[in-house]
Design a protein around this ligand. Structure first.
Ligand code: GLC
Length: 524
């Protein structure tokens, strides 16, 4: 790779939900050794970094996001030795590792909380947010009041998520130090970066004031969250984290901005704060060029104003997969169109495991739901289990994920939709994705070139130019199931750079796009 290639900015980041990726120890849950065993697959796909969702010891109230020890591996997923082996083997292949750090809350089984709840005079008594009575109207994201009574301590504690996830008290300097030690622990082991889970809610209002009310469906949405998050103290924590990260070369920290806004992204990014902060406009967009273009324009104007490099997320472990959102039945045409869009953005693309084979969400009966918001809000919200089903490797039992019954069911389409089959099929979304990743790597313009959006586009067509010096790449995506005529921009002579429809050589000035066609042209 070229010298000026910065892995976290210019590369492709692939998110793995470890318990669903590959089960080597056959306990129905994926594990770290399972990821190591698939590194050649990931290297062949062409990804530059893996973001691993939590694999730390957890009682599973929120499937890994309730952590009872931040500096260990849950024995069901392996050991610290397995982690070191994974890190080493990834680095050998030029793949970086980003860990999910959940520092807003811990599991109620964490020794910190166990000690804190004993009484109000123990050394950790102030490590959580305790009150004699419920002080305000704050709600939990996953339903119900954000304050729960603890019988032992005879006080209420605050939890933004489920009651098994008490929020730590970041205002206590000892807590802050303990959290920074977690960072150091993993940096010393050699990890390349972190994804900070809901970082912008670490601090809550000192006076615990009521949030103002607004219109919304669920109780949590019926408040303006001005006092239970985004407090001014957060910036100094990010600065401290960044200065620790800076002691190690080439490290990266991306924040999951809870309820991202433009203003928050600006506030938390910067040379002495986060390297990147998520924005989920792509993820929530309808299958309409206009909507995606709006998201791109927002990022671009922000980038122009601030030098923040955009990132694009189409999918993660908290929301339905793109193929589920946009495709009908098993057809991958739409999934390919938006994969092509993601991989030609001026911004870091985040890929979620299984999207490269167009995995669909599983649908579960009420009795099978595991995810807390799904249990609470069925049928209005069926939870997030759907997008967390086991990776579909081949057509053997349990899709080659495990020899034992997986923790969540494998999608019933696995015999037709799996890696082994798609690797052999030239037209598969897997080969499409892999080819596009390779194309992006081979054409620096697709990574760092400017993005130019024409002022007018034919109906249901999305097109943009990536430009670097004299080189231009024109991306044309047909969002429609019909043929569409387009006129190419004048003043250039274009030739085909990428097409799955046997188009070659020079492009005509006027072209007839096929339904859902993806076409890249280069000037010559
Ligand atoms: C983040 C995670 C989500 C988790 C929540 C609480 O939003 O992405 O999966 O449930 O934080 O940790």
């Amino acid at each position: 790779m070229k010298k000026d290639f910065l892995w976290w900015r210019d590369g492709i980041i692939y998110q793995i939900y470890p318990r669903s990726f590959n089960d080597i120890n056959n306990n129905g849950l994926g594990d770290l050794a399972g990821i190591t065993a698939r590194l050649d697959y990931l290297a062949d796909l062409g990804v530059d970094a893996l973001w691993l969702s939590p694999f730390y010891p957890t009682p599973d109230a929120d499937f890994g996001y309730d952590i009872s020890n931040h500096i260990d591996v849950d024995p069901r997923f392996g050991s610290l030795q397995d982690f070191d082996d994974l890190l080493h083997a990834s680095h050998e292949r030029g793949i970086r590792i980003i860990l999910d750090l959940v520092l807003n809350h811990v599991s109620n089984q964490h020794p910190w909380f166990q000690q804190s709840r004993v009484d109000s005079s123990n050394p950790k008594e102030d490590w959580f947010i305790w009150q004699d009575s419920i002080p305000n109207n704050w709600e939990s994201v996953f339903g119900g009041k954000a304050w729960t009574y603890d019988e032992k301590r005879e006080q209420y504690y605050y939890h933004m998520f489920v009651k098994e996830q008490p929020d730590v008290n970041w205002r206590n300097p000892e807590v802050r130090k303990a959290q920074m030690d977690v960072l150091r622990f993993w940096l010393e082991r050699g990890v390349d970066g972190f994804r900070l889970d809901v970082f912008n809610v670490y601090f809550k209002d000192k006076e615990l004031r009521n949030n103002p009310k607004k219109w919304g469906r669920r109780a949590f949405e019926r408040q303006h969250h001005i006092y239970d998050g985004d407090q001014p103290e957060m910036e100094s924590v990010l600065k401290e984290m960044r200065s620790i990260m800076n002691e190690y070369p080439d490290r990266y920290v991306v924040g999951e901005t809870f309820f991202a806004t433009r203003e928050k992204i600006i506030r938390y990014n910067g040379a002495d704060k986060l390297n990147a902060a998520f924005d989920f406009e792509f993820l929530w967009s309808k299958f309409k060029p206009k909507k995606f273009l709006k998201a791109i324009e927002n990022w671009e104007s922000l980038a122009e104003e601030t030098q923040i490099f955009p990132n694009y997320v189409l999918s993660n472990h908290d929301s339905p997969r793109p193929a589920t959102r946009y495709s009908k039945s098993e057809d991958d045409d739409r999934a390919k169109v938006i994969m092509a869009m993601l991989l030609t953005m001026r911004g870091t693309p985040f890929l979620y495991y299984g999207d490269e084979i167009g995995m669909r969400d599983i649908s579960l009966k009420r009795s099978e739901i595991m995810d807390p918001p799904g249990i609470k809000y069925w049928p209005f919200n069926k939870g997030r289990d759907g997008c967390r089903s086991p990776m579909q490797w081949d057509d053997s039992v349990n899709a080659g994920f495990s020899k034992e019954k997986p923790w969540l069911p494998v999608h019933s389409n696995y015999e037709q939709r799996n890696v082994a089959l798609q690797e052999k099929d030239e037209d598969s979304i897997f080969n499409f994705t892999r080819d596009l990743i390779a194309l992006r790597k081979a054409n620096k313009t697709l990574i760092s070139g400017k993005i130019i959006i024409p002022s007018k586009m034919p109906y249901k067509i999305m097109s943009y130019i990536r430009e670097d010096g004299d080189e231009k790449i024109l991306v044309i995506l047909n969002f429609s199931n019909r043929k569409r005529k387009i006129d190419l921009p004048v003043g250039e002579s274009w030739h085909i750079l990428f097409s799955k429809h046997e188009r070659e050589g020079k492009a005509e000035k006027e072209m007839m796009l096929l339904p859902y066609e993806v076409l890249f042209l280069k000037n010559s």
